[in-house]
Design a binder for this molecule. Structure first.
Ligand code: FAD
Length: 456
């Protein structure tokens, strides 16, 4: 089972013994489905606003079992869609407001960890995105220009020369890149496990090994009984399609990761990443990495297939071809890695809404709240979601509840087999675009056109 295969599982410490399941029917004020970051942050801030609220979380496996316990640990201000997408849909002021809110979320995760005494290995070193061919360099420039035009100096996204980029991360074939200070590398599983203990200690009930099958107005139905609540919060991200009536809400897409054994101090002197900057390059099919607190590489990427009918299975967390390719890409970036073993391979499901637009909202009439569709950028965004949901549920109005993602509705994905054909076709096109760009240095226009076509 991949949850237990991850580097994070082996280095988190603490017990993974499941908490007891729901003992039967229950009445609470707020019932939450899913004990990942979204569900837990929502409970954390709700309790902070009104400690008298009765809050229960039901979790099919154990807290942190989903993407929250398996991710790349980029606590970043990235938000789907980008500032360009937000400005196009909601106007330029909304894009600026969203940037500010995301920057705050990165800081807030670190602040709470400090206040609660949770060591999540938080290092706010920013992110370096390397350009390793001319097409990627053109994208680096375009991203910086777009951000300056839309949000002014807010983003602090800097264009880097070859020398500046290599000074941060000495990878091969670097032509330049860009850098944002708004990201911290963290140990993702420590965050979610400790957050669960923290909310439980404040009186929030967490029922594990309890699968919800359906959300009804004012109730969530599980195999062990029904939880009645004024508000039910759906916080199930990549697993949402398994709930009755939610099949086409998002698609689960697998992102896979590897970790190496710790590298020597000499190897890190050669590579850099001295402040544990998270890193990527500017290819279409995203890759992401971090230098962990114990000096390993944790490195991941997309490229695993989408599975027909939005299925999620533990066996999908492993893919020999993708895991081998990840090692090859990491060695290609930093050849010294060839001398080190890959010690862990794992993966997990993230969620993509049809318009690649994360959202948070509350339908008080139906008693339903939700947050998700973070694509691969949920670590900090879930914190913003939790604070926003807590305010919406307690009827507060603030800058957060006015942000453009509040109440946004994405349309449903197409029925099968169109979904399968479109998503896997897109994946192959992106892979081929990256190869062409590596070979020719020219931007692959068809990939860009396709990305626009599918709503990205
Ligand atoms: C490999 C990988 C790498 C990633 N890297 C990054 C990164 O570096 N930075 C970043 O910002 N984001 C990253 N992401 C995305 C990020 O991890 C997620 O967006 C975020 O964790 C979502 O949190 P969540 O609580 O909404 O969902 P999840 O953590 O998936 O939690 C949902 C929970 O709901 C439970 N559940 C589902 N259905 C039911 C049901 N019917 N009944 C009861 N319980 C149910 C699940 O068991 C699960 O525990 C990555 C994702 C993956 C998979």
């Amino acid at each position: 089972m991949s949850f237990e295969d991850s580097l994070w599982y082996h280095t988190a410490g603490g017990s993974f013994a499941p908490r007891p399941p729901l003992p039967g029917h229950l009445d609470v004020d707020v019932a939450i489905i899913g004990a990942g970051y979204t569900g837990l942050w929502t409970a954390y801030y709700l309790h902070g606003i009104d400690p008298s609220l009765r809050i229960a979380i039901v979790e099919r496996e154990i807290a942190g079992f989903g993407a929250s316990g398996r991710n790349g640990g980029w606590c970043s201000a990235l938000f789907p869609p980008s500032s360009k997408g937000i400005a196009r849909r909601h106007g330029p002021e909304a894009a600026v407001a969203m940037r500010h809110a995301m920057h705050e979320a990165v800081v807030e995760v670190g602040r709470v960890a400090d206040v609660e005494g949770i060591d999540i290995h938080y290092a706010r070193g920013g992110t370096i995105s390397l350009a390793r061919n001319e097409a990627q360099l053109a994208r680096a420039r375009e991203e910086v220009e777009d951000e300056r035009r839309l949000t002014g100096p807010v983003e602090e996204l800097e264009l880097l020369s070859k020398e500046e980029a290599e000074g941060l991360a000495r990878a091969t074939r670097v032509l330049g890149g860009n850098y944002t200070p708004h990201c911290a590398a963290i140990h993702p599983l420590r965050l979610v496990r400790e957050l669960a203990s923290c909310v439980e200690a404040r009186g929030v009930s967490i029922f594990e090994r309890t699968a919800a099958s359906e959300i009804q107005p004012g109730a969530l139905v599980t195999e062990h009984g029904t939880v009645h609540a004024e508000i039910v919060v759906r916080a199930t991200e990549g697993y949402t399609p398994s709930l009755r009536g939610q099949r086409r809400r998002v698609i689960p897409l697998y992102s896979l990761m590897i970790a190496t054994e710790p590298l020597s101090a000499a190897a890190w002197d050669e590579i850099g990443l001295r402040r544990r900057e998270t890193f990527a390059d500017l290819r279409h099919l995203r890759i992401y990495g971090q230098r962990t607190a114990d000096d390993r590489f944790a490195f991941g990427g997309r490229g695993a297939p989408y599975h027909f009918a939005s299925r999620t299975r533990p066996s999908f967390d492993r893919d020999r071809r993708v895991h081998s390719a990840l090692r090859e890409v990491l060695v290609d970036l930093f050849p010294v890695v060839a001398d080190y073993k890959v010690t862990h391979e794992w993966g997990g499901a993230l969620a993509i809404p049809r318009d690649w637009h994360a959202s948070v909202g509350l339908d008080r009439r139906r008693g339903l709240a939700w947050a998700g569709g973070y694509v691969g950028d949920g670590v900090a965004t879930t914190n913003l979601a939790g604070r926003t949901l807590a305010q919406l549920i307690t009827s507060q109005v603030s800058e957060l509840t006015r942000l453009p993602w509040v109440g946004h509705r994405s349309r449903s994905w197409e029925p099968e087999p169109l979904r399968w054909l479109g998503v896997n076709g897109g994946r192959l096109l992106m892979t081929s675009a990256d190869r062409t760009e590596d070979r020719t240095g020219k931007p692959a226009k068809r990939a860009k056109a396709f990305a626009r076509f599918i709503g990205y």
